[in-house]
Ligand binder design. Sequence first.
Ligand code: ADP
Length: 429
Amino acid sequence: LSSSSSTAIRQVKLDKECELRIEVGMETPLRLRLLTGTAEIFGTELPPEIWLTFPPRLKFAVFTWYGATIEMDGTTETDYTADETPMISYVNVHAILDGRRNRAKASSTSDPDSCQGPRVIVVGPTDSGKSTLSKMLLSWAAKQGWKPTFVDLDIGQGSITIPGCIAATPIEMPIDPVEGIPLEMPLVYFYGHTTPSVSADLYKALVKELSQTLERQFSGNAEARAAGMVINTMGWIEGVGYELLLQAIDTLNANVVLVLGQEKLCSMLKDVLRNKPNVDVVKLQKSGGVVSRNAKVRQKARSYRIREYFYGLANDLSPHSNIVSFSDLFVYRIGGGPQAPRSALPIGAEPAADPMRLVPVNINRDLVHLVLAVSFAKEPDQIISSNIAGFIYITDIDIQRKKITYVAPSAGELPSRYLIVGTLTWIET
Ligand code: ADP
């Protein structure tokens, strides 16, 4: 195992079942191509000989089942070859899931249970490789022609859309290691915060909404039902985080729980799920390649993710700045604020904050730098149960002229005038 940081064009020969782990340099992209053999990045095969460009800071591994030669051009923070990986155990899980998909597809009854493919939920602490394993399982399934649904419940570092959301989308092709998941109409719900403790009730309600919508979609789509789901979760696994994990397993009817690198969590889950014989809890080894990120790095990653939403991965989008009147938009917050006025309560009782209350927000300069979700709701009372069309961020509020300046990914009118605000901020740098 050697670690290096270099710049020249160089070749790396990988033996079978080995991987080249790379952290692209901080400033410049890295070019890489497959010269001989076959190799994949997190489940997606590399095309032969074509140069691929990886953006700065990306961390990934090129794995080969049978041996390969890789050529690299550019600066890396680190790159080294590892011959110990958990890939065989991961692909074995894939094979079992694939068998279940085939059984579900072949099922001749209309019983929703027997034509239901695997619903896999990946759990573990932060930086255990949950998102990476989710991507591999999805890409391997897509390579075999399945269109599994990816459900991302990670409000901290989502793979489908910006942080603070839960989302789902069908995966129709192996996931592009550079571009990520194509954003064709994902189903998105806005939680608005990057930690679950702000409003666990709201989080639960949104998981429920998402699950009901998916259930409706599956009821008319046997192919999607047989392909099943892969559900990625948050790294919070204690206290309220653990409670939310259990709720997600239950609400989404997960039947395979993959626990990455945590003995204790695995045995706790085995214990609480022991009276559900159709749920398998499986412990998997964490890959030694998973890079740990501290709070600051995670915060930075969130910020990049929001930037990417507005500007594109390669700065290839041009977001539009718009100015509208205060009266053109209705901004709401979900939760907080006392439920009943103090005067209406028994003496001595404190007014409780209703976590699910829709609170109209006064437009003022506090909104500057906040990222708001544009709801698909047609009426305010649909806001909590509605999914999200997209996001804007507020760059200026002119109190005197009663004008809001915001940036949206594209020009033109917003799909709705109902906006949701949480605590998600972004400062353009
Ligand atoms: P989690 O979802 O559990 O927080 P991730 O799957 O996002 O963890 O992994 C954390 C980081 O480690 C990501 O940047 C990911 O690309 C990187 N990573 C995961 N597996 C490997 C590997 N085998 N080699 C190199 N980098 C990896």
